[in-house]
Design a protein around this ligand. Structure first.
Ligand SMILES: Nc1ncnc2c1ncn2[C@@H]1O[C@H](COP(=O)(O)OP(=O)(O)O)[C@@H](O)[C@H]1O
Ligand code: SF4
Ligand SMILES: [Mg+2]
Length: 362
């Protein structure tokens, strides 16, 4: 089954096209279908958020684009087109050229990307020299400029420091500088702020927003926190158990959510403008056991709207227009999510999403 994610209006200058991507882990206990068949397109300069609970397949999908899947993980179906080329057919050398060149990734833990035994300056300079023709002096000047853009004070001094000499927030900024030094067309940010405290999180988010506006790169912003995407993304894809279950423009997702899982995510999220004693409603049940997923809709065991058919068959995609698509039998049967549930979800939309388009539910 394919959930199409073609964005409002479709067309445009497509940079990335993921087509029915399937990724499995072949473990001693059996095949884990981590990504069950997802499709979406991303245009140049567009920022999309991929949201879902831990274990929903967000990182595995991102690693597939970067050619970073670790054994026993393997792409078992589909294709990933970047600028018209299927990167799944790239050899090792082509993949190395792609990584850090046209596509960069930042990780939750900066130490994943930073090498502890080299100075910050050395690492940024080497990244630039590996991908762009530049002399050493030019590379150093570019590195200082990039550190400055990433909000790092005294960049010349930082160039001579080692990662362990920097604070967590500072390391994350260095990693952003490292990821952006070669001006990638696509940045994949995998939970880049999750490990940081709230104040630093906000700073890093606004930094990314500023850099994106300046460089016009496309970003895939992966997070388990739906609140974060309202600030930085124009579109959202909600993942559950290896599938995109709902996708659409940010306002649509916050104000007219169609999938019970999206509604659950919204209800479990703290509101920016709510008082301190507001009750948050967690989603009942536990995430799917990916070794033994239920047949039918993977959300069925946790869904209060579950019907008989949900236990048997995966729901088809319903198109609500403007790029808003959801996979739920309720939509297929012409039923909308209950007005009460939707109203609760709307009340939980963060302030950033409360601008235009915040009108009532049907
Ligand atoms: N090394 C591995 N071995 C077996 N299964 C894995 C491995 N890595 C990931 N998975 C499976 O893939 C699923 C998705 O993982 P991941 O993409 O990391 O989730 P997240 O959405 O939290 O980023 C997990 O629920 C797990 O079942
Ligand atoms: S398809 Fe059925 S079980 Fe799945 S989310 Fe929709 S109503 Fe719930
Ligand atoms: Mg992850």
């Amino acid at each position: 089954m394919i959930t199409d994610y073609n964005g409002a209006g479709g067309g445009g200058d497509v940079l990335l096209s993921v087509r029915d991507l399937k990724v499995s882990f072949f473990t001693p206990a059996g095949e884990v279908k981590a990504v069950g068949g997802i499709s979406y397109e991303l245009r140049r300069g567009e920022v999309i958020g991929i949201v879902g609970e831990s274990g929903s397949g967000k990182s595995v999908e991102a690693y597939s684009i970067m050619g970073l899947l670790q054994s026993p993980g393997r792409v078992v179906g589909g294709s990933i087109w970047l600028d018209g080329e299927n990167v799944l057919e790239y050899d090792k050398r082509q993949m190395q050229t792609l990584r850090g060149g046209k596509v960069s990734m930042i990780f939750q833990n900066p130490m994943t990307s930073l090498n502890p035994v080299f100075t910050v300056g050395n690492q940024i300079r080497e990244a630039l020299l590996a991908h762009r023709a530049a002399g050493r002096a030019e590379a150093d000047a570019r590195a200082v400029e990039m550190l400055d853009l990433a909000g790092i004070n005294n960049p010349e001094k930082r160039m001579r420091q080692y990662p362990h000499e920097l604070s967590g927030g500072m390391r994350q900024r260095v990693m952003i500088a490292l990821a952006l030094i070669c001006e990638p067309d696509l940045l994949i940010a995998d939970e880049p702020t999750t490990a940081l405290d709230v104040t630093i999180q906000a700073q890093i988010l606004s930094l990314m927003e500023r850099i994106q506006k300046k460089t016009k790169m496309a970003i895939i912003f992966i997070t388990h926190n739906l609140g974060v995407v309202a600030d930085i993304c124009s579109r959202v894809a909600v993942m559950y158990a290896g599938y995109i279950v709902e996708t659409g423009p940010v306002d649509e997702i916050f104000y007219r959510p169609r999938h019970p899982y999206t509604i659950g995510l919204l209800r479990s999220m703290p509101r920016v403008d709510a008082d301190e004693f507001e009750r948050l409603i967690p989603i009942d049940g536990t995430p799917v056991d990916m070794l033994n997923p239920p047949s039918g809709c993977p959300f069925a065991p946790r869904c209060r709207s579950c019907m008989k058919i949900c236990l048997r068959l995966y729901p088809p995609s319903a198109d609500f227009g403007g790029g808003h698509i959801a996979s739920c039998w309720l939509s297929e049967r012409g039923k909308s999510v209950s007005a009460a549930a939707a109203a609760v979800a709307a009340a939980h939309a963060p302030a950033a999403a409360k601008g235009e388009g915040g009108d009532a539910y049907e």
